[in-house]
Design a protein around this ligand. Structure first.
Ligand code: RRO
Length: 352
């Protein structure tokens, strides 16, 4: 009888020999897999499952100036291939966040991407000023696209001028050397136009995309399932929309770094974003069911790249825009009755 060598469950296999580093606006990250804002608070919840410093970065839940209790419950609703949330920017406020959450991330050696959200341009400027001199801060994500705000006028990402004024204010107040990414909404006619307005206003990069505004009605209670009535749709259902947005922005802005997100559950999902033009990706909704997903996706992405012959992650970025000619070995001539008949090109006889 042959002997089996079993690995202990959960043991990490060595990563294939692919250079997974990625550069975002001049900062080199050890790998391109980040958490997504709002799906793991400030990362402490994930700490029992893996070391958060293994990730490229941890993107924190959007923080506002003051503590906020958020929207009425229920705040989550399931959909066939994703979920709706209606959290409404619940959070402890920037001061408590800096003392507790950002300090914790810094103590763990994690690269923190702090997501900020405000009701006015001035709020964003004040939030940014508070981030100066804070250890652990790797990037700022400017959330101008939360769908769960009091009125649609506060979704700055739906209007190029409003988006640009927020970005400009944040850039003026931002610590030197800390990239500022603007997080965009897919709920617009022309996302490339909004992206261009943000970049013209000084954004160093773009986070693409936030959730889509959606709604579920409970057919038993005959009323909206969410206390806030509408909510943000996330999960696998939105992945093709997100990939399309990354693609369009990469076409319009070939050199701008993009952090791509929306329904990523596997390394191949992540690879799709990268081929569309993402320089890094965020893993979000799937962590609710699989808290180790970010490290698993990193492992799967590295393997997928190795299998396709990539030595460096960065060589795959945007490749679907200009795909290489693939070598496909010729199939051997079919023999025997079991195999399909050979395909012959169609020829036409002429009467000459
Ligand atoms: O807190 C939320 O309800 C929320 C935010 Br800030 C966001 O950016 N996207 C989302 O789906 N929900």
């Amino acid at each position: 009888m042959s002997e089996l060598t079993l690995r202990p469950a959960g043991e990490q296999l060595p990563l294939p020999d692919v250079d997974m580093r990625t550069k975002l606006a001049g900062i080199t990250f050890p790998n391109p897999v980040f958490t997504a804002s709002g799906c793991a608070a400030a990362g402490q919840e994930l700490d029992q499952f893996f070391d958060v410093s293994l990730l490229g970065g941890v993107v924190t839940k959007s923080i506002m100036l003051a503590p906020r209790s958020g929207r009425p419950t229920p705040r989550m609703a399931e959909t066939p291939s994703g979920m709706l949330n209606s959290i409404g920017l619940q959070g402890p406020g920037i001061d408590a966040f800096l003392d507790k959450d950002l300090a914790w991330l810094a103590s763990r050696g994690a690269r923190a991407v702090v997501s900020i959200a405000g009701g006015s341009v001035d709020d964003y400027a004040k939030l940014t000023a508070k981030l100066r001199g804070r250890p652990g801060l790797a990037m700022i994500e400017v959330n101008i696209s939360c769908p769960n705000v009091e009125d649609r006028g506060q979704v700055f990402a739906c209007d190029p001028r409003a988006a640009a004024s927020v970005v400009q204010a944040v850039k003026r107040a931002a610590p030197t050397g800390v990239p500022v990414f603007a997080k965009l909404s897919p709920d617009v006619t022309d996302i490339a136009a909004i992206a261009t307005a943000c970049v013209d206003a000084g954004a160093d990069g773009l986070s693409v995309i936030n959730t889509l505004l959606g709604m579920v009605i409970d057919t038993d209670t005959l009323r909206p399932a969410l206390g806030g009535i509408t909510g943000g749709l996330s999960g696998p259902a939105i992945r093709p929309v997100a990939v399309r947005c990354v693609w369009q922005i990469r076409q319009a802005l070939p050199d701008i770094p993009i952090l791509g997100m929306g329904g990523i559950r596997t390394g191949l999902d992540a690879l799709e974003f990268v081929l569309a033009g993402a320089n890094a990706i965020s893993v979000g909704t799937t962590v609710f069911g699989d808290p180790s997903a970010p490290v698993r996706v990193l492992d799967e992405l590295a393997r997928a790249l190795a299998e396709r012959g990539f030595a460096r992650f960065e060589d795959a970025i945007g490749l679907a825009h200009n795909p290489p000619v693939l070598y496909v070995p010729e199939e051997p001539d079919p023999v025997g009755d079991e195999l399909p008949p050979p395909h012959h090109p169609v020829t036409f006889e002429t009467e000459d």
